[in-house]
Design a protein around this ligand. Structure first.
Ligand code: NAG
Ligand code: NAG
Ligand code: NAG
Ligand code: NAG
Ligand code: NAG
Length: 504
């Protein structure tokens, strides 16, 4: 009796202090867990049947020196032929959904909707049917960076005509797959392919149009996204009943110290607000309009390099999101560039981004591990956009090929813990989460050197065999228990971080 009541008291104290539900690190009921991939990174079969050439086919074939080891996605994971095995792996791991993307030029060989490839479309019908038959929800990305080369030859995302070509392509997919697909992503990561594809050579098409290319691309991305959303709303929503959104690549932008709250806000608006503010509020963020105009003027441009929307376009774009989609990997501390006090503008945002020397690195050059940045970002999204239904469409860790991937497991554990705290303690409305990636795959200009899979692929052999990694076994347990599992220990694990004094 006495012992029992002491135990009860202790338990009550612990649960008050720790908030038991969060400590348990279980996923809320109804939370959706999935795995993600993208067409060019896994499919291979680049010239099968009547498939057209896309920008990544062209880029890797014409500029192999830009890609690590001169590699390309001609074969990649061979998923065009191995999709049944992929679905079996997704199923046996226990995922609820699979996010894959469609190759535009596989479905529309000429780039336009005048010719629809029956074989191309059949592949995606087969894949979707296989997923549904195995109880896995298909989530489809319409565009993941691989538009037809013929369209690039006319300027690609810098030509506004791409808007209508994109809408026509999307309509083909809604008609063919919309019976089974209830969650659509229009466009994946505009910040990445607009910034690195039209102002650097890191991504196709590799056109360096400094100061202009990224904003022009993003402007047309917003129009293409919004017109596709409106078309779905008008022609398909009643009969198909799905949801549709865009997916943004978001990093945590945290203040370098407490003097730099405004810098963190500016960093967020330049990264997230650039696309999300027009979609949620009808126009670019004020801070972007002001700053880009100011810096453009200082550079001698007659007008701001940030394009403007007409009132008609603002109305079309405003409100075109059924859920908030984001990919997240890493964070930065930001502070104001001191050069600006001397009237020198080094960047549109006026910020300097740094990392803390204690943050571990993944194998990708840009990738520093800072789990707290994830929770910070989710709370910011909650506050900025009215706590929308939020889907993490990619999160994962890169290494250089390791079956015993303890660091990857540790990354997932720590990032998911931050997410669960954001959801359960802070009320962030996160409803879905996808692992990037189900398989090792073609990591763009990093070729096959940086690997994100929870399943290894033997790229150097024609069989492209799959082998599960330790992280796949960990995920399998997490998915069956719907609860985070402890991280197995390794002798080589090095994840020790210090907190800066102002944190916490
Ligand atoms: C497709 O490309 C491969 C090289 O990746 C080549 O060997 C093959 O002949 C090509 N097939 C066709 C039909 O062009
Ligand atoms: C789709 O499935 C059918 C029936 O299993 C098969 O004959 C066909 O080759 C598949 N097509 C593709 C492109 O995977
Ligand atoms: C923040 O950092 C700046 C630059 O290092 C420094 O001048 C300032 O005093 C710091 N502020 C606080 C509150 O620590
Ligand atoms: C966007 O829509 C919201 C809600 O309907 C409205 O309050 C706001 O004024 C619109 N923004 C613009 C720029 O039209
Ligand atoms: C790939 O897997 C198949 C089927 O398990 C096997 O027969 C083949 O030998 C494997 N290839 C290699 C290179 O390991």
């Amino acid at each position: 009796m006495k012992r029992c009541s002491i135990a009860t008291i202790i338990c009550a104290i612990i649960s008050t202090v720790c908030c038991c539900d969060v400590v348990k690190l279980t996923f809320p009921s109804g939370f959706s867990l999935g795995a993600a991939s993208a067409a060019y990174q896994i499919e291979g079969a680049w010239n099968v049947s009547d498939k057209g050439e896309n920008v990544w086919d062209y880029y890797t074939h014409h500029y192999p020196e830009i890609i690590s080891e001169g590699r390309n996605g001609d074969v990649a994971c061979n998923s065009y032929y191995k999709y049944k095995e992929d679905v079996e792996l997704i199923k046996s791991t226990g995922f609820d959904f699979y996010r894959f993307s469609v190759s535009w030029s596989r479905v529309l060989p000429t780039g336009f909707a005048n010719v629809i490839s029956e074989d191309g479309l059949q592949y995606y019908k087969n894949l979707t049917a296989e997923l549904v038959a195995n109880g896995i929800e298909p989530v489809v990305t319409i565009y993941h960076w691989d538009h037809p080369q013929v369209i690039e030859e006319m300027g690609g995302w810098t030509n506004e005509l791409i808007v209508d070509w994109f809408v026509a392509y999307a309509r083909v997919l809604f008609e063919a797959l919309g019976g089974s697909v209830k969650r659509w992503v229009t466009i994946n990561e505009p910040d990445s392919f607009c910034g690195e594809g039209y102002e650097s050579t890191r991504l196709a098409p590799g056109k360096v149009i400094t100061g202009i290319g990224k904003y022009l691309c993003g402007h047309n991305v917003l129009k293409a996204h919004a017109k596709t959303y409106r078309m779905y709303e008008e022609e398909f929503r009643d009969s198909q009943g799905g949801v549709i959104g865009i997916v943004l690549p978001l990093s945590g932008h945290l203040p370098y110290n407490s003097s730099y709250a405004d810098a963190a806000e500016t960093g967020f608006q330049f990264n997230c607000g650039w696309m999300a503010h027009p979609i949620y509020f009808g126009d670019y963020p004020e801070i972007m309009k002001t700053r880009v105009a100011l810096v453009s003027e200082s550079q001698g441009y007659p007008r701001s390099r940030l394009p403007e929307f007409s009132d008609e376009w603002k109305a079309i774009i405003n409100g075109t999101s059924d859920y908030f989609g984001l990919n997240h990997y890493t964070s930065r501390f930001v502070y104001n560039d001191p050069d600006e006090e001397l009237g020198i503008y080094n960047s549109d945002s006026g910020l300097i981004s740094v990392v803390d020397s204690s943050w571990p690195m993944a194998s990708s050059s840009w990738f520093y591990v800072y789990p707290e940045g994830f929770g910070y970002l989710l709370r910011k999204i909650r506050d900025e956009y009215g706590n929308p239904s939020t889907w993490i469409m990619e999160n994962g860790y890169s290494d250089t090929d390791n079956l015993e991937d303890y660091e990857r497991i540790s990354y997932y554990y720590e990032y998911l813990k931050e997410m669960l705290i954001a959801v359960k303690r802070d009320g962030c409305n996160v409803e879905g989460y996808a692992v990037w990636s189900i398989l090792d795959n073609f990591e763009w200009s990093d070729g096959y050197t940086n690997r994100f899979g929870i399943i290894r692929v033997e790229f150097d052999d024609a069989d492209t065999n799959r082998t599960t990694k330790l992280s796949q076994a960990w995920w399998k347990k997490v998915l069956s228990k719907r609860k985070l599992q402890s991280v197995p220990t390794s002798t080589t694990s090095t994840n020790t971080r210090t907190r800066l004094p102002w944190q916490k």
